[in-house]
Design a protein around this ligand. Structure first.
Ligand code: ADE
Ligand code: ZN
Ligand code: ZN
Length: 237
């Protein structure tokens, strides 16, 4: 996701933390909100340090070829979003680790769970998560990945606070119960299933694609927020 998507998932998550997770997040981040923390790993992409230029890049996505499961394929040697999520989960709960490392870990956890809910961050391994699918979006040169990271969201013309408040107001207690889990395998299966249905027939996308897909975007952002909260609630229990 782009900045509005990530902040939206972070802001929704903030509203669904239990008391223990709220306290743990406050101890680690102080006044920094989960909405702010959520965009940190992307904000740092302009940092010339090789950690941000190379090492951290593969941590934003996974590859699950069509018809395969993540478990069957596994992670590449350079790591991926799942190996990063596992490592950062160990660091954030390690009370002997330096505070700066634990803060970084928490920011990445929030960001990675958000990204795993963007269907094209569970790539099929053929087109860099849709980055290579060049197309026009309302007449401008774009690509499928970018349409899903930000194109569809930006067209709503809402700030992240407006979007998160709107989406959260429509999440029912039944949905919270149904969606709450700390199991990335489930999130990846959902994303891959949606991914396989969003490749467009034409290379010229506008209103029709938007009407058909904005509901999916809203649902994935809502689910991402609930899952960030579930994951942190489980981690800090
Ligand atoms: N590069 C390769 N695969 C990718 C994906 N699924 N998302 C973002 N960047 C990628
Ligand atoms: Zn992306
Ligand atoms: Zn990312």
């Amino acid at each position: 996701w782009g900045p509005i998507g990530h902040r939206t998932t972070g802001a929704i998550a903030e509203n669904h933390l239990n008391e223990k997770a709220q306290a743990a997040v406050r101890d680690l981040l102080g006044p920094e909100t989960l909405a702010e923390a959520a965009t940190w790993p992307d904000d740092m992409r302009s940092n010339p340090d090789p950690f941000w230029q190379k090492t951290a890049n593969p941590w934003h996505y996974v590859t699950v070829p069509h018809g395969k499961s993540y478990e069957a394929v596994g992670a590449p040697d350079r790591g991926d979003a799942i190996t990063a999520l596992e490592q950062f989960s160990r660091t954030v709960t390690d009370e002997s680790a330096p505070l700066a490392d634990r803060q970084l870990a928490l920011r990445f956890i929030v960001h990675i769970i958000g990204d795993l809910h963007q269907p094209l961050h569970v790539g099929n391994g053929t087109d860099r998560g849709g980055n290579d699918v060049k197309l026009k979006w309302f007449g401008k040169d774009s690509n499928l990945h970018s349409v899903w990271d930000s194109g569809l969201i930006d067209f709503e013309k809402l700030s992240y606070s407006e979007l998160s408040a709107w989406l959260d107001s429509k999440i029912t207690p039944e949905q919270v119960a149904q969606w709450s889990n700390a199991d990335p395998d489930i999130w990846m299966v959902e994303s891959a299933a949606l991914r396989d249905r969003i490749y467009p027939e034409s290379g010229d996308l506008s209103w029709t694609y938007r009407y058909e897909n904005v509901p999916h975007v809203k649902k994935r952002l809502s689910m991402g927020g609930i899952r960030i909260a579930s994951y942190l609630n489980a981690l800090f229990q």
